[in-house]
Design a protein around this ligand. Structure first.
Ligand code: HEC
Ligand code: HEC
Length: 234
């Protein structure tokens, strides 16, 4: 009994020490936080998987080109209050099991993303904006702002190009193996979206998102659609 109480009080001391340590972290620069808390799951240097074993072992999306990909305001918000973007987490194959009709997501195997304090989220988002691997794949101004109705946009996304098989256009509607697209407009830079759809493998080697030759006209329509979707309330 005495032994158990002793253990408990050691636990309390450890918890206090951990709190002190983590409150010390807020003063650190965003890069320090990235190196200490994020490298375990995220590639920050840009190599990318070289074979299927490495692809399968990925524990989080590549952040080495975060500055070419995300909108800073979204990063800041999401890091403080993360939500699931990929219904099947990472790596996809580790979180599904065969069902009778279609694959079933193993919800119990999905982990909740760590959340940062608002001040840490701010410095980390700023540090991520400096990670700019693969800039040569971006054409600044590739996206020309315009509009499309949600109905027309959905036609392009689904009927013509089969994108709905892997991506959800609203919670629970669409495939589960790719990231949700109904938040894309807030999340990703428009020129990145154009570049990524044109050549997914250039950004994410071995990704199973198909490389389809799309006309610039259709690429523009897709981005108009993502921007319109992101304004919807689900
Ligand atoms: C235990 C592994 C793990 C750790 C540690 C981790 N992440 Fe993640 N991260 C993930 C996974 C898995 C996802 C995909 C989540 C999803 O889509 O639902 C993700 C997603 C993200 C995203 C959204 C990117 C996208 O396109 O989906 C950002 C930004 C991010 N992490 C930043 C960070 C930062 C910054 C840290 C350190 C403070 C960190 N992560 C620590 C596993 C991790
Ligand atoms: C076979 C499944 C599949 C199909 C079909 C597919 N995608 Fe994807 N898509 C993915 C996966 C998986 C990713 C994540 C790639 C990565 O991060 O490595 C992705 C990522 C994306 C991204 C980047 C999103 C992000 O958060 O990083 C966009 C934009 C996108 N897809 C658009 C499309 C469009 C448009 C189509 C139709 C022309 C399409 N996808 C068809 C599987 C698919």
């Amino acid at each position: 009994m005495l032994f158990k109480t002793r253990l408990k009080s050691i636990g309390v001391v450890a918890a206090i020490a951990a709190t002190l340590l983590s409150s010390g972290v807020s003063a650190d620069s965003g890069d320090k936080i990235l190196e200490s808390s994020c490298v375990e799951c995220h590639d920050l240097k840009g190599a990318g998987p070289e074979n299927l074993t490495e692809l399968w072992a990925l524990k989080g999306p590549n952040l080495s080109y975060a500055g070419n990909k995300y909108k800073q305001a979204w990063l800041e918000q999401w890091l403080a209050a993360p939500t699931r973007i990929r219904p099947t987490g990472m790596f996809y194959g580790n979180h599904i099991k065969p069902g009778t009709d279609e694959d079933v997501i193993k919800q119990e195997s999905l982990v909740k993303h760590m959340a940062l304090s608002a001040s840490d989220a701010k410095v980390v988002a700023a540090a991520l904006m400096h990670r700019k691997a693969k800039s040569e794949l971006i054409t600044p101004g590739a996206y020309k702002p315009g509009t499309i109705s949600l109905r027309m946009g959905e036609l392009v996304f689904d009927k013509f190009r089969g994108c709905l098989g892997c991506h959800q256009i609203e919670p629970g509607y669409g495939g589960a193996s790719g990231p949700e697209v109904y938040t894309l407009g807030n999340r990703l830079q428009e020129d990145y979206i154009i570049s990524f759809i044109q050549d997914p493998q250039a950004w994410s080697p071995l990704t199973f998102m198909p490389n389809r030759p799309l006309k610039d006209k259709d690429l523009q329509k897709l981005v108009h659609y993502f921007r319109a979707l992101a304004k919807e309330k689900f």
